[in-house]
Design a protein around this ligand. Structure first.
Ligand code: PEP
Ligand code: MN
Length: 246
């Protein structure tokens, strides 16, 4: 690990392949049956990671906030029974510890966490030398420096591989899309760190399923290295983000 004060995000440890990284799975783990059924349907589709939110940071209290640690054995079953690598969001040191205990293969820092350097640093300290890749979503506000700072905090923890995730930005008054893509921000990030993989999350940019394909195409045309797409066996009945799940 470098202790230099120079601000840089060194190159990703693994080479970028031409095959996009595809992450798919439900917004939230709701029940064991729903998690396993989603995995069963995704098995064989060539996805790189199966996602499901265990702890859900929600804007409004009273929304479904995730099943919590109870869902971790469900993810373990996904891995054991369907051979899929698993991915969850972590928002504090305890989440990291539990994720490692349950063999999670990719950790994600959400947009409501990457906005807060205290939170990112707490997670980074817990991540020190973890053997799995860590994906850092852009902060909810359009601030490239804050995103770079979060990426650098995680990189300094000497994790296996750092990946950036573009999920769009909250802009007051935005109506067509849930989050404004502001493509110039990931493009500027790419220009500065050409070897840092960027995964686009068209689900959270769009907020509705009929726009996802166009946004996904645009991201790949711009050279993003992958996509994360929310999927559910019965999307309209999903307990969170029903309108955007495929
Ligand atoms: C998610 O991907 O589950 C999520 C909560 O997204 P975001 O942090 O981008 O809002
Ligand atoms: Mn979601």
């Amino acid at each position: 690990m470098s202790t230099s004060t120079k601000h840089s995000i060194p190159h990703a440890a693994a080479p970028i392949t031409r095959n996009p990284i595809i992450i798919a799975g439900p917004c939230s783990a709701e029940t064991e049956a729903q998690v396993l059924e989603t995995a069963r349907q995704l098995k064989g589709s060539g996805i790189s990671f199966f996602r499901a939110g265990i702890w859900k940071p929600r804007t409004m209290p009273g929304s479904f906030e995730g099943v919590g640690a109870e869902g971790l054995p469900w993810m373990q079953r996904v891995k054991q029974e369907f051979g899929l690598k698993t991915a969850i969001e972590v928002a504090n040191a305890r989440h990291v510890e539990l994720a490692m205990e349950y063999g999670i293969d990719l950790l994600r820092i959400g947009a409501r966490s990457s906005v807060n350097p205290f939170t990112v640093q707490e997670i980074a300290d817990a991540l020190r030398d973890v053997p799995v890749p860590v994906m850092v979503k852009n902060p909810i506000n359009p601030d490239l420096k804050l995103w770079k700072g979060a990426l650098e905090r995680i990189q300094r923890a000497n994790v296996k591989q750092v990946i950036a995730c573009h999920r769009g930005f909250a802009v007051y008054g935005q109506t067509l899309l849930r989050n404004a893509p502001l493509w110039e921000i990931p493009i500027d990030l790419k220009r500065e760190f050409p070897d840092l993989p960027i995964v686009c999350d068209p689900s959270h940019i769009a907020g509705r399923r009929d726009y996802i394909e166009d946004i996904a195409r645009k991201a790949l045309d711009l050279g993003h290295e992958g996509l994360m797409i929310e999927t559910h066996p019965t999307p309209d009945q999903a307990w969170s983000d029903a309108a955007q799940q495929l």
